[in-house]
Design a protein around this ligand. Structure first.
Ligand code: NDP
Length: 444
């Protein structure tokens, strides 16, 4: 059995009931096979892959909190500190009922390579809880966030581990967590990113993941003599990533005709009205039915269906495994030329393989949505300097990072004979830097 398959078997055996983690490990390790083949004896001797797939530390803790009726609830909190070879652990906190250890491990594992690809000194980590923020009052959200941080604070720090937002964790939650951290430590430091602008947040962080997705897509299209101008785009999700992907797509001359949430989706033939979407999702925190009620050109559909829309480009921006093989086949039949992943691992393994086999331009999450964490690292730099950069400065750096990132994954794919396969390109480019740092630091 090959070294890669031995390690995958061991991961599956030692981490049962964690299918998303298995999926992420398989995808990454299989695409590293050309690199492993060149260094197999050394990697085996140093157990490099075994160390790579084992988190440096994983924390699981109780989070008790009291609702508005005086009832106590208990959720489970997680933080997986996966790899600190190139910098402090960095990765978001997900608050969603579907959260479990396997999901946090898959996200933390992916984060190692994504963070490496940004070219910035940040290691990989991820955390969260099975707490559901939907329908909770502000006071209940605060009670949960304070309780969560009352355990987490002892494990994180500006030079140790710097969490950020993710699904269910936006500016409000980061604010409550930051307040509690400061109170417990008596220290004002850049321990979280995605903070409010008046207490250390970075301009353009809110927009960064969605904007970055469009910057890398724009560069990849340009390198093929194509442009976003005039293209029709289908987007899934209606959260932070989706909203700012739609906004930037419109600025670059494309028309986005769909968005979705966990209950249904919108088709708007005139193009999604971003101001209305922001008002509904960011201010009113309402369902997408409110969008259709306010906009005559929009139709609301219950359930899934975004990928049945005829489009040139598909941008999955909601959650993992939301674009299935049947969706990929339909997209190709309808003439899609590119799929760029705003969410983490939104395409299933067979959907990804099908799109690659059809030679569709496919930009995988760890490259395509790296703009968020890259800008979080820029927020860390500003916190260290105790300075604020302008929106234009941060946005320009974000553009440079995404353009460089595209060329790095393109070069890595070419170097190993996989031209145009950015799944392989991203995994190899991300891995090489981490592996070198792990080698240099001895067996730790
Ligand atoms: P948000 O919570 O702001 O939005 C998530 C969106 O996806 C919502 O519209 C939500 O609908 C929908 N959604 C969530 N879970 C499901 C589900 N199980 N089925 C269908 N729809 C669902 O999160 P973000 O926009 O921040 O994150 C979206 C994705 O992007 C995630 O995969 C995240 O890990 C990834 N990402 C985010 C980054 C960031 O900077 N925010 C950075 C890099 C990656 P509803 O409101 O109904 O739940």
């Amino acid at each position: 059995m090959s070294y890669v398959n031995e390690v995958i078997d061991r991961v599956i055996r030692e981490n049962p009931n964690e299918p998303e983690f298995h999926q992420a490990v398989k995808e990454v390790l299989h695409s590293l096979e050309p690199v492993v083949a060149q260094h197999e004896a050394q990697f085996r001797r140093d157990a490099l892959l075994e160390r790579l797939v084992n988190p440096e530390r994983q924390l699981k803790f109780r989070v008790p909190w009291i609702d508005d009726n005086g009832q106590v609830h208990v959720n489970t909190g997680y933080r997986v500190q996966f790899n600190s070879a190139i910098g402090p652990y960095k990765g978001g906190l997900r608050l969603h009922p579907s959260v479990n250890l396997g999901i946090i491990k898959f996200l933390g594992f992916e984060q190692i390579f994504k963070n490496s690809l940004t070219g910035l000194p940040i290691g990989g980590g991820k955390g969260g809880s099975d707490f559901d923020p939907k329908g909770k009052s502000d006071r209940e959200i605060m009670a949960f966030c304070q309780s969560f941080m009352t355990e987490l604070f002892r494990h994180i720090g500006a030079d140790t581990d710097v969490p950020a937002g993710d699904i269910g964790t936006g500016a409000r939650e980061i604010g409550f967590m930051f307040g509690q951290y400061k109170r417990l430590r008596n220290q004002f430091e850049g321990v979280l990113t995605g903070k409010g602008l008046h207490f250390g947040g970075s301009l353009a962080r809110t927009e960064a993941t969605g904007y970055g997705l469009l910057y890398i897509l724009d560069e990849a299209l340009k390198c093929r003599g194509l442009s976003l101008n005039g293209k029709t785009i289908a987007v899934s999700g209606a959260g932070n990533v989706a909203i700012y992907a739609i906004e930037k797509a419109h600025q670059l001359g494309a028309k986005v005709v769909t968005c979705s949430d966990s209950t249904g989706w919108i088709y708007d033939e005139n193009g999604i009205d971003v101001a209305l979407l922001k008002e509904i999702k960011e201010v009113r925190r309402a369902r997408l039915t409110a969008y259709a009620e306010a906009r005559p050109s929009a139709v609301y559909h219950e359930g899934r269906g975004v990928w049945s829309t005829k489009c040139d480009i598909a941008l999955p921006c909601a959650t993992q495994n939301e674009l299935h093989l049947a969706d990929a086949e339909l997209l190709v039949k309808n003439g899609v030329i590119a799929v760029a992943e705003g969410a983490n691992m939104p395409s299933t393994e067979d959907a990804t393989n099908y799109l690659l086999a059809q030679q569709i331009l496919f930009l995988p999450a760890k490259a395509a949505n790296a703009g968020g964490v890259a800008t979080s690292a820029l927020e860390m730099s500003q916190n260290s300097e105790r300075l604020h950069w302008t929106f234009e400065k941060v946005d320009k750096k974000l553009q440079e990072i995404m353009v460089n990132l595209y060329h790095n994954i393109d070069d890595a794919a070419k170097k190993y004979g996989f031209e145009g396969n950015y799944v392989v390109g991203a995994n190899i480019a991300g891995f090489e830097k981490v592996a070198q740092a792990m080698n240099a630091q001895g067996i730790v």
